[in-house]
Design a binder for this molecule. Structure first.
Ligand SMILES: [Fe+2]
Ligand SMILES: [Fe+2]
Length: 181
């Protein structure tokens, strides 16, 4: 598995999950939103831990490209944290969801254009396979449509605030990549 393909597939999945939250009946909205938060948490954390550091070294003006992406990610993270705190019952939830979607999707497009395609041109297949290991380890913590009976195990792995999920995902990624101290 190629890390770039994997991340592009996650971008598509994130768009699908935004659709699901938007279209969910009010009583199902919370569960759909939790799936979205989980995937965003593992996706952005995997990029921060694995892909951005690599891009800094491998692509032209890598530091500047990555700093711009981190600023976008932080903006989205703050809104996500706010929405999670206010809950899906909050009257502003759907408006905030649109804002979040706009910011996350613009960020994903910038990543694809300025980072991923360049990274693909400047890395070998073997490098991209190695980088995929950590992304896959994180992704396993965020099944988007879990099989019956596995949901509670997943919940134990990734629950709480978005920040808590990101911390947990970071641990799993470092363990998978052998960089845990
Ligand atoms: Fe990102
Ligand atoms: Fe991304």
């Amino acid at each position: 598995m190629d890390v770039i393909d994997l991340l592009l597939a996650q971008h598509a999945l994130i768009r699908d999950l935004f659709d699901e939250v938007e279209q969910a009946a009010p009583e199902q909205r919370g569960e759909a939103f939790t799936r979205l938060v989980r995937l965003l948490a593992v996706h952005e954390t995997a990029e921060e831990e694995i892909v951005h550091p690599y891009a800094r070294r491998k692509i032209d003006a890598g530091d500047a490209v990555v700093e711009d992406r981190l600023a976008e990610e932080n903006e989205a993270k703050q809104l996500l944290q706010q929405m999670d705190q206010a809950g899906v019952e909050d009257p502003a939830f759907m408006d905030n969801l649109l804002l979040l979607r706009g910011s996350v999707e613009a960020h994903a497009r910038a990543e694809e254009r300025y980072e991923f395609y360049k990274l693909r041109a400047h890395t070998t297949e073997a490098e991209r396979r190695t980088l995929a290991t950590g992304v896959k380890a994180a992704e396993a913590m965020a099944p988007t449509h879990p099989h019956p009976g596995t949901e509670s195990a997943t919940k134990n792995m990734l629950m709480g605030t978005p920040i808590a999920m990101m911390d947990r995902a970071r641990d799993a990624i470092r363990q998978a990549m052998g960089t845990k101290s």
